[in-house]
Design a protein around this ligand. Structure first.
Ligand code: GRF
Length: 205
């Protein structure tokens, strides 16, 4: 991506509690962070992520798959809604849907996954790591591609698995580290731009 506007415009997509979104909202309050969240989109209604956006005065939209004839129609509608906000960057922050290649061609899209890729892709990263018995896990920020959590890695953070962890305590500890990593890296993308060549990711236009 060439050096974005100042501030860079981001659309954030969420499906749940939106603590990652909140971390970005809080960081964006400082002008020097270089990011404006221009809209928050969701694939379901009534979630705390949308309420957080409302409280911050950020426009929201909801696109539920069940309201469309098929997945393609849903994706097209999502893409158009995002397009309307002219973002430099789309951040998937706990968004539990895959977006299409057409969406990814149109927008630089990053996602955060609560495991150390390439281990434990998919919906159950913390549970899968715990079941495997790994001693460290963490979170991965990546540029979304057509696969599931397979995109070029922007950054990773390591979190220790404690002997008494259950899925919830482990995921909560991961999320603390994940939010800090997300805020650091999205800020750098906003201020410096990012270039992606195959699996090589560098800050700077
Ligand atoms: C994060 O751990 C994210 O990586 C995963 O779901 C969690 C979302 O948390 N996909 P929140 O909605 O940002 O609180």
């Amino acid at each position: 991506m060439s050096k974005p506007r100042t501030p860079a415009r981001a659309v954030v997509l969420v499906s749940g509690s939106g603590t990652n979104l909140q971390a970005l909202i809080d960081a964006s309050a400082d002008e020097s962070y270089g990011l404006q969240i221009v809209a928050v989109g969701a694939d379901r209604d009534g979630i705390e992520g949308l309420a957080r956006a409302d409280r911050a005065g950020i426009p929201t939209f909801v696109k539920q798959v069940k309201h469309f004839a098929d997945r393609d129609a849903w994706d097209t509608s999502l893409r158009r809604a995002v397009e309307g906000f002219e973002p430099d960057l789309v951040v998937l922050a706990g968004f539990m849907k895959l977006v299409s290649p057409a969406f990814l061609e149109r927008f630089l899209t990053v996602n955060t996954h609560p495991a150390l890729s390439p281990s434990f892709p998919g919906m159950h990263g913390p549970a899968d790591a715990l079941a495997y018995g790994v001693k460290v896990t963490g979170a991965t920020l990546f540029v979304v591609d057509a696969g599931v959590d397979t995109g070029a890695i922007i950054d990773q953070v390591v979190v220790r698995v404690e002997p008494d962890d259950d899925v919830e305590t482990l995921h909560e500890r991961i999320k603390v580290a994940e939010r800090a990593m997300l805020v650091d890296n999205v800020g750098r993308i906003a201020r410096e731009g990012i270039s992606v060549t195959g699996r090589d990711v560098r800050f700077g236009a």
